[in-house]
Every structure is written in C-alpha cells, then in structure tokens.
Design a protein around this ligand. Structure first.
Ligand code: HEC
Length: 123
C-alpha cells in the first residue's frame, strides 16, 4: 500500500475523467485506446451505428457499480480480471504505467462498489 486509499488513487490517476457521476460511468462515450492503441480492431465501436468518423473505436464508458460481479471486461470480454483491466485502462486511456500497489489499491476500491446483499427475513 502506498498509504493512499483506493479512491484517492482512482481520482489522482484520472479515472474519473470518464468514469464519473453517481454510477461512475454510464453517461458518455469515449474512444478505447486514447494514449496507447488498443490492439484488437475487430470491433470498431459506435461508428458502426452513427457512421461518423469520430466514433471509430468509441465505446460506452461503463458504470463501475457492481463491477466485481461482471467479469470478463471490455466490449469483447478480453480482460479476465479486474487487476488486468485496471492496468490496461491506465495504459490505454491515460498513458500511465501503474505500480502493482496502485493496481491493488484501485482494485480494492472497485471491489467496494459491490452492493451489499439484501437482508433475508429470518424464519
Ligand atoms: C478516456 C476515458 C476513460 C478513462 C480515463 C478510463 N476509462 Fe475505464 N473505460 C472507458 C471505456 C470507453 C471503457 C469501455 C471499453 C470497452 O467496452 O471495450 C472502459 C472500461 C472500463 C472497465 C471495464 C468495464 C466493463 O464492464 O467491461 C473498467 C473496470 C474500467 N474502465 C476502469 C477504469 C479505471 C480503474 C480507470 C483509471 C485507471 C479508467 N477506467 C480510466 C473509458 C475510460
């Protein structure tokens, strides 16, 4: 641990540029691979629908609520774990190579976004 909370790391690294609002995402569309190219070009994203050049490789920014429950990640399911997804996001979208401790901190924060199970009535 670098002495910072996962939320602090999430904020300072810049994840909220895109994953923001009450659902930490779900409210806009962004290119995948802004600072470093995303290798798999088989799905061109929103351009298929809008036919606008600026929508090439643009995808919906997903909400991060309950994200620990919905592996695998990305539009094509290419990311198997939250850790590898966090690492890939920082590299592709922000041009940052996260340290293992930063990946662990952010992952712990994302795991805390899981809803608590509802209370079940006792018999
Ligand atoms: C420039 C915008 C942008 C930034 C910055 C960004 N993301 Fe993302 N994020 C996206 C987009 C777009 C997707 C959807 C990718 C896809 O569908 O292939 C995504 C997907 C994800 C996913 C997978 C969601 C799912 O349901 O598959 C996670 C987890 C995630 N981001 C976490 C982060 C974290 C952590 C950071 C900071 C290190 C971050 N993101 C920074 C735009 C961004």
């Amino acid at each position: 641990m670098g002495g910072k909370s996962g939320l602090d790391t999430f904020l300072t690294v810049g994840c909220t540029t895109c994953h923001n609002g009450p659902l930490l995402g779900g409210n806009n569309y962004k290119k995948l691979g802004i600072l470093n190219e995303y290798a798999d070009k088989s799905d061109k994203g929103r351009i298929e629908v809008t036919k606008e050049d600026y929508d090439e490789f643009v995808f919906k920014v997903p909400s991060l609520r309950n994200i620990a429950l919905t592996a695998p990640y990305f539009h094509n399911g290419s990311q198997k774990t939250l850790e590898e997804t966090v690492k890939a996001m920082a590299w592709l979208q922000l041009g940052k190579e996260l340290k293992p401790a930063e990946i662990a901190d952010i992952t712990a924060f994302l795991q805390a976004l899981t809803d608590k199970p509802r209370a079940v009535a006792k018999k």
